[in-house]
Ligand binder design. Structure first.
Ligand code: NAD
Ligand code: UD1
Length: 337
């Protein structure tokens, strides 16, 4: 199978390409390098002996997409490309709606013109807003509190309407919980530009000495230790979720929606302790005010994906923190230019 991977040079996309290759599929990456570097390609080759084809392009360029879909005889598309920083989305909503919503519509339009009818979309647990309870199942109500979240929700709604009008299509919405960790080789990992927004990249940059201390956003939440609780999932498990989705429902018409999480919640302080243990480095922190827009706790009920896709997350918190540290300590400044 030839799989077009939009955003395949990025964090989750690059790890998924490795697992696609291991599963005997052929990834073709389409990415504009807005938030990634070309030096990820030789790293993929180092890990799995094969370098995927890479086309530099923007998903808002329909003609280019049509050329690529035809030229590479694409069977299915995994769509990672998009912008993902919540804070930035508040400052630049147009860019977020243009890349994430318009970009997806252009992609689907190009697929339609080429007769490619199988799509897996990167959604997020952010579509559950502030959930009334945990664990969260796929049937919980959806909502959004910022332009990034709204863009994911809008895309889900557009794709749902489109699939209803085109019932022969297979469209899978994968709602990721909190992806962390790195390829166990230490060759690939998360390489955020500037100050990391997310917890784990920040913690690992403190441990490696790039930043002085972690600010823990809120210690008065109604949680086990007062700090925020999330469902951290290893990026390799997440990558495998895409392979399972393609294999199980990628050629089954319908709209398929799955949570990809572990079903376990960990607090900020538990993550800090696990990281100190894995790295042998201290992670100094300060308790500060809550971050506006944050929720107290959020974790998945992943049983639908287990039942229908035969997929379950297998990596432990120890794997997540050890692998992150291997990547961070071996590549303190991320990928080379
Ligand atoms: P990432 O930024 O590392 O990867 C996204 C890739 O898309 C980058 O390589 C970027 O260059 C590319 N891209 C952006 N706009 C593009 C465009 N218009 N045309 C072509 N390429 C474009 O992000 P990631 O963490 O790998 O996330 C992948 C997807 O998963 C995103 O859609 C994101 O919203 C979603 N997601 C991520 C998380 C997370 O915590 N990382 C959580 C939930 C959902
Ligand atoms: C964030 C996004 C969410 C996105 C998800 C992807 C916000 C408000 N939400 O969620 O839309 O889908 O990332 O994984 O940004 N924390 C600190 N100090 C830090 C960073 C984080 O204490 O420097 C805490 C947060 O308060 C939270 C936890 O760590 O309790 C995880 O934060 P983060 O990694 O940003 O993920 P989310 O808040 O779950």
């Amino acid at each position: 199978m030839n799989i077009l991977v939009t955003g395949g040079m990025g964090y989750i996309g690059s790890h998924t390409c490795i697992q696609l290759i291991h599963a005997g599929m052929t990834p073709i990456i389409f990415d504009n390098l807005d938030n990634s570097k070309a030096s990820v390609l030789p790293r993929i080759e180092k890990v799995c002996g094969q370098q995927p084809q890479f086309i530099q392009g923007d998903i808002r360029n329909k003609q280019r997409l049509i050329e690529v879909l035809k030229q590479h005889d694409i069977d299915a598309v995994i769509h990672f490309a998009g912008l993902k920083a919540v804070g930035e989305s508040v400052q630049k909503p147009l860019e977020y709606y243009d890349n994430n919503v318009n970009g997806t519509l252009v992609l689907v339009d190009a697929m339609r013109e080429c007769g490619v009818k199988s799509l897996v979309f990167s959604s997020s647990a952010t579509v559950y807003g502030d959930p009334a309870s945990v664990p969260i199942t796929e049937s919980f109500p959806t909502s959004a509190t910022n332009p990034y979240g709204r863009s994911k929700l809008m895309v889900e709604e557009c794709l749902t309407d489109f699939q209803a009008a085109n019932p022969e299509w297979s469209i899978t919405l994968l709602r990721y919980f909190n992806p962390v960790g790195s390829h166990p080789s230490g060759e690939l990992g998360e390489d955020p530009q500037g100050i990391p927004n997310n917890l784990m990249p920040f913690v690992s940059q403190v441990a490696v000495g790039r930043r002085e201390f972690l600010s823990v956003f809120g210690s008065d939440y109604p949680t086990k230790d007062g700090t925020g609780v999330r469902d951290y999932i290893h990026v390799m498990d997440l990558a495998d979720g895409h392979i399972a989705a393609l294999q199980k429902v990628g050629s089954q018409s319908g709209l398929h929606v799955y949570n990809l999480g572990t079903g376990n919640g960990s607090s900020v302080l538990e993550m800090v302790a696990a990281f100190e243990q894995a790295s042998g480095q201290p992670v100094p922190y300060q308790l500060v005010e809550r971050r506006p827009g944050d929720i107290a706790e959020c974790w998945a009920d992943p049983s639908k994906a287990e039942k229908e896709l035969g997929w379950v997350a297998t990596k432990t918190l120890e794997d997540m923190t050890q692998d992150t540290w291997r990547w961070q300590s071996g590549n303190p400044n991320g990928y080379p230019e």
